[in-house]
Structure formats: structure tokens, C-alpha cells
Ligand binder design. Sequence first.
Ligand code: GLN
Length: 484
Amino acid sequence: MHLYDLTIHQARALLDAGEISAVELTQAVIDRILAVDNDVRAYITLTPEVALEQARAADAMGRQPQKLPLQGIPIAVKDIICTAGIPTTCGSRILEDFVPPYDATVVARLKAAGAVILGKTNTDEFAMGSSTENSAFFPTHNPWDLERVPGGSSGGSAAAVAAGECLGALGTDTGGSVRQPAAFCGIVGLKPTYGRVSRYGLIAFASSLDQVGVLARDVTDAAILLSVIAGHDPQDSTSLDVPVPDYTAALTGDIRGMRVGVPREYFIAGIQPEVEAAVRAALGQLADLGAEIVEVSLPHTDYALPVYYLIAPAEASANLARYDGVRYGLRIVGDSLEDTYKQTRGRGFGPEVKRRIMLGTYALSAGYYDAYYLKAQKVRTLIKGDFDRAFEQVDVVVAPTSPTTAFRIGEKTEDPLQMYLSDIFTLSVNLAGICGISIPCGFDAQGLPIGLQIMGPALGETTVLRVAYAYEQATDWHTRRPPI
Ligand code: GLN
């Protein structure tokens, strides 16, 4: 096995035993990036010198397992999360030359845990999209089939993990952007509960939905990464002040007697038959492991997509008002102040971002606010209520992550609605503020990975990880690597 193919926990064992050094491991991953990233294009910015310096420092420090769980482990960070001294573009022309003066809390926590930071990964512009094709720079390619998208918006992070271009990565999930690319790339993606992870230094898209998540090669690695980044942060008023459990302790493999809900509204026409078959087979395996499978209903599921596409653009239109060409980012000087705004924003934002700003501004405008935004907020409460009731009966809810496997580059770019439908099964988790994970559960006839989504209640990460791990131990999907 190549060093770049190791999981974090495998690499940890080899590093701790002194069989490899952090510099060797980091160099192997950098060499892998140089070999494949011309095809995959997972990274917007690479920082090999920084990475090797951090690796040398990791090798020089004595081993401190409690303090440094990621000592010497090469990690990638989605380019919407601020990194001090390293460009942070959000996949947008408007921030093409932006270099943050500070680290996001999650990045500071990675560094404090001893991680080696390899660079910044591609994203749909301001995380708006499901394929990375909305990146202002270039699309990322799926390592399982370079003609296909890796999903999005954290497609760069997912492709990097799948292709051996890092051992784990951070992404963000506003409506599915960690789970859907994880499904498309055959890896694990965890979206924590709203408030579980600090968003200080995460550039805002939709503030009531955004959450930082992790992308990894297996469930153990996801638990390790979450343990590092989770926890209260006084600099993010939405972060929850509750203790962080040891997530790896949840990985017992025992799910006997647990209750697994299957939402009838998630098995609908339009879902790719192989995806449904793989998810049904996974449910059978969970039953074999001793879980009880229970049908549940989430009756407001149909409204999740329209509700999301009112709330997310409304919040985006407010958050993106700050890009005015005055304080930072792109500045195109016009004939007047207003013209400067127009020129800067007109050239700095891509078409999907403009579409969202227009949708959001409309939904918030006087006369329409009650009919659209306020109504959407009320229906959001109903969607959350559906989950509250389901979790009175079951421990987790299981469904497909995405209705299809990875689609072709260009296939959906002309039809935004088709693109939006890619997140039909992931949006509700964000609207309800709960947690969810996607894990590999099979392949379609074309050899493309299929994702199984396990949703849990607020702060139910331990439960979700426990079920995910038990399934993973009983299968070998997570051990497959793409042909690249
Ligand atoms: N694809 C969804 C959107 O375009 C979700 C994106 C995300 O989770 N950041 O808004």
C-alpha cells in the first residue's frame, strides 16, 4: 500500500512506531498531488513548503498522543475557510487575491493538534452548487471517472481524499456539500449538528445553515477529525457550549437493539434504481447486525427544497452585501461610488451567485417577505418537527445521500433546478439543524460509488458514528480506491 493511501489511524500507528516520519508521509502525498492533480484539479492553492515545514516540526516534537492526535498528518482545507497568510478565494473572482490575516478556529485547532496543512481545495463559488462547476477557476474531476463531477460544493476536498491527495479534509455543508461529494467520491463525509463546530473564520454563505464538516477515508478517521475541530468557541456566538465526547469511543461495532428509521418519503420516483437497491441492501445488513428497522414518515419532506431555496439565498444576499470593492477583495473603480459597486460585483460574482442574490433579495423585499421568507421559516419549523417526532421512535434515520451517482461534467450546468435536485435528500438535515453522515454502500454498474446517509438528532454524532462504523466493519466498500 502507498503511504498516500493510508487512513489517518493507520498513518498514526506507523508514525508512532517510528516506521515512517511525518516528512516521508507528507512528501509522499505531495508527490501524489504532483502526479494526479493535473487531472483531478482538487486544489486551488498548494502550500508544499508550509506542509513540509510543519512535517519537520512534527517529527522534531516528541510524541504527545493526548495533545497531538493529528501530529504529522497531511490535511486539506476547503477554500472557504480562512487560513492566515494563505489565499482564501471561496472559488470566486471577488476574493481571488484575498489573503486572510487570521486562521479560522477549525484551522487553528488542526494546527494545535499537530496537522500538516497541504493547501486549499476547490469549491463552488461561495459554496453554492453541487458539482464544483460553479468554481470561478475550474471544475474538479471525480477520481473514479474524470469525465464526471466529484459533487459539491466541497468537491475539491472529497476528490482530494478519494485520490490520495491528502489523508483527510475539511469541508462545509449548508445543504449537503459535505455528504453529497463524499457519496460521489466513495468516502465518508460528516455534517455535524448546527453549533457543534465553530464557524469563526468560515466565510458565510447562509448563516442559519452553514456548518463545517469532515471528509475522510473511513468512519474512524471522521471521528478523529471531528474530535479535533468540535467544541465551544467564544468567537462564534452560535457555537454550543457543551462538552465534546470522545467520538472514537462510540465505535464499538455493536448496534444490537438500536432502532433505524426508514423515511418513506425518501424512496421516490426519479431515484436511480441501483442507488435504491444499494441502500435497501444496507438496511438489510443493519438488520443482520441486530438493529430494528422501522418505517417512519417525514411528511414535510417535499417542502425542503423550496424552503431551502428561499432561506439560503435570502441569507446569502445579506452575507454577500459586504463584497463592495471598498474594504477588501476585488475593486474595480467606476465613475461613481455606485458604479464602483456595480462594476466590482458585476465582474466579481459568477452567474449562480448572482442568481442567488436576486432570489434572496426578492424573497426579502417589502411586500414579499411575508409570502416567501416568513412562510419558508414557518415550514422550516414543520420540517424540524418531523425529525423531532421521528427521533422519539428511532435512534437514526437512514436514506440515500443523493438520488444518483456522480453525473457528467456539463450535464446539469444549463438547468439550475436539476442541479438543485441533487441535494434533495440532504437539505432537510441542515434545515432541522441536526447531524448526518454519508458512508460508501456500493457501486453502480459504471463503477461509481453510492452513498448511504445516516441522520441523527441534534448532538447525536456519537449515535450516527456508531451505526456508520458497525456497517463499515461488516462491509469493504470503504477499502476500495479509485483507478486513478
Ligand atoms: N448544493 C446546495 C446549494 O447549492 C448546497 C450547498 C452547500 O451545502 N454549501 O446551495
